[in-house]
Design a protein around this ligand. Structure first.
Ligand code: PLP
Length: 422
C-alpha cells in the first residue's frame, strides 16, 4: 500500500459483520475462563489483554497503523509526546547511562533530558545538529546508550541530517531515536534514512485538530540488541519480573523493544493513551495525507510573502531557497516539511505584540500543527523569563513569532498577516 492508502486503511481490517470504524474498547479489564489462561498472559507466554494500563485493543490497532506509516515492525501509544520520548529513552538507559542529543530540540524534551533524566543519573552531551561527524564522534563516551534528534526541530525549524547522525550512532553501537512530530511520516520516514526508533507527539499533526493529547513510539526492528548485549542488559538479560524471559531472544529484533517498553514501563509507570484518544487520533490519521500537503502549501506561500515584506527582518522556513536548511530539506523533505514558519518582526517585543494583537484569523496559542492557524511570541510567553540579551543568545530574538499555518485559504491567511503588519 502507498502511504495515502495506509493513512486510511492500515492497522484495522474488520472481518465479516464487524464494525467498519475502529471500535473504542472502553474497558479497563478483560475476562478469562481460567486462571491458567490469565497466567499465561502474565508470563508473556500468550498474547492478549488483561489490563488497560499496559495494553488496549483500540490503542494497538491505531499503533499498528502508525507502525505501517513509519515502516516499523512494532509501535505503541503513550499519553503524550513527553511520555513517548521518556519511555523510548528510558527503555534502554538507566542510572549511569549517557545520551548524545541534538541541542536543537523541543523545550519540553530538553527539560526532560537535561533536568529530569539527569536527576535519575542519566547524563547528556548536547551537540549542534550542524556538527561534523568528527564533532559528533567526540561527544560519545563508553557509557553512551542512545543518540537523539528531531527531524524538524520545534521551534528552531532546523532540519536533522538523519543519515549523518545514524552513521555516527551505529559506528558507536547505539541506536538513533528521531522525534518525527513535525513532518509526520507523510513528509519524512526517518527509518528509511537509518533511524532505529521514531517517536511522535501525536497531539500535533497526527491528531491535527487540537483535540487529544498523545504520543507514539515506533521500532524499526533494525537494531541488533544482542550484538551489544553488554550495553542493553534490560533487553538481553532475563527479566525476573516475567519469570526470566529475555526480550531480545523471545521477541526477536522486531518485537523486543516495544514488548519490553509495554511490559515493564507501561506496567510500572502507566502513561498509556486512553482508548478514546486513540480513536480521535485515528480520525486524524485518516486525513493526514490530505492535510499535510495543504499545511505545507499554506506555509510556503506565507513564508514567501513574509520574506518579501519590509517590516519583516528574517524568515525561517526550510522551503525557502535562501534558508540555511534548504538543501538538506530538499533531500529529506522533498514534498515539504510542515506548516510552521518562524519570522522576526522589526520592532522587537513591542512590534511582535502589536502585530499579534491585530491578527484576526491567527489565534495566540501555546500550540502548533492545528487545522486552525495559531501563533506565539516566545519572548512574551514561553521564554518570558529571559532578558532580550539572553533571548538573542538562545537564537530566539524578542521579535520572533512562531506561526503555525492551518488549513484555511492561503489568501485569507496572507491578507490577515498583511493587515496586521500594516
Ligand atoms: C509537542 C512536542 C512534544 C511533546 O508532546 P506533548 O504531546 O505535548 O507531550 C515532543 N516533541 C515535539 C517535537 C513536539 O512538538
Amino acid at each position: 500500500m502507498k502511504i495515502n492508502t495506509k493513512c486510511v486503511q492500515a492497522g484495522y481490517r474488520p472481518g465479516n459483520g464487524e464494525p467498519r470504524q475502529v471500535p473504542i474498547i472502553q474497558s479497563t479489564t478483560f475476562k478469562y475462563d481460567t486462571s491458567e489462561d490469565m497466567g499465561k498472559l502474565f508470563d508473556l507466554e500468550a498474547s492478549g489483554y488483561f489490563y488497560t494500563r499496559l495494553q488496549n485493543p483500540t490503542n494497538d490497532l491505531v499503533a499498528a497503523k502508525i507502525a505501517e506509516l513509519e515502516g516499523g515492525t512494532a509501535a505503541m501509544l503513550t499519553s503524550s509526546g513527553q511520555a513517548a520520548n521518556f519511555f523510548a529513552i528510558f527503555n534502554i538507559c538507566e542510572c549511569g547511562s549517557h545520551i548524545v542529543a541534538s541541542s536543537s530540540i523541543y523545550g519540553g524534551t530538553f527539560n526532560l533530558i537535561a533536568v529530569t533524566l539527569k536527576k535519575m543519573g542519566i547524563d547528556t552531551t548536547f551537540v549542534s545538529p550542524d556538527a561534523t561527524e568528527e564533532e559528533l564522534q567526540a561527544a560519545f563516551q563508553p557509557n553512551t546508550r542512545v543518540m537523539f534528534g528531531e527531524t524538524i526541530a520545534n521551534p528552531a525549524l532546523t532540519v536533522l541530517d538523519i543519515e549523518k547522525f545514524a552513521r555516527v550512532a551505529h559506528k558507536n553501537g547505539v541506536p538513533l531515536i528521531v522525534d518525527n512530530t513535525f513532518p509526520t511520516p507523510v513528509n519524512c520516514r526517518p527509518i528509511e534514512w537509518g533511524a532505529d526508533i521514531v517517536t511522535h507527539s501525536t497531539t500535533k499533526y497526527m491528531d491535527g485538530h487540537g483535540t487529544a493529547l498523545g504520543g507514539a513510539i515506533v521500532d524499526s526492528g533494525k537494531f541488533n540488541w544482542m550484538a551489544y548485549a553488554d550495553k542493553y542488559p534490560g533487553l538481553c538479560q532475563p527479566d525476573e519480573s516475567y519469570h526470566g524471559i529475555t526480550y531480545a531472544e523471545k521477541f526477536g529484533q522486531a518485537g523486543a523493544f516495544i514488548t519490553k517498553c509495554t511490559a515493564q514501563l507501561m506496567r510500572d509507570l502507566g502513561c498509556i493513551q486512553s482508548p478514546q484518544h486513540a480513536f480521535y487520533l485515528n480520525l486524524g490519521l485518516e486525513s493526514l495525507h490530505v492535510r499535510m500537503p495543504r499545511h505545507v502549501e499554506n506555509a510556503q506561500a506565507v513564508a514567501e510573502f513574509l520574506a518579501a515584506h519590509p517590516k519583516v527582518e528574517r524568515v525561517t522556513y526550510s522551503g525557502l531557497p535562501g534558508d540555511k536548511y534548504y538543501e538538506i530539506a530538499q533531500k529529506y523533505l522533498p514534498n515539504g516539511g510542515c506548516g510552521v514558519v518562524s519570522f522576526e518582526i522589526k520592532g522587537g517585543r513591542t512590534g511582535a505584540e502589536a502585530f499579534m494583537r491585530r491578527l484576526k484569523l491567527a489565534a495566540i496559542e501555546t500550540h502548533v500543527a492545528d487545522a486552525r492557524t495559531c501563533c506565539l511570541n516566545p519572548a512574551t510567553s514561553t521564554h518570558r523569563q529571559m532578558t532580550d540579551k539572553q533571548l538573542v543568545q538562545a537564537g530566539i530574538p524578542a521579535g520572533l513569532v512562531r506561526l503555525s499555518c492551518g488549513l484555511e485559504d492561503k489568501e485569507d491567511l496572507i491578507a490577515d498577516l498583511a493587515q496586521a503588519l500594516a
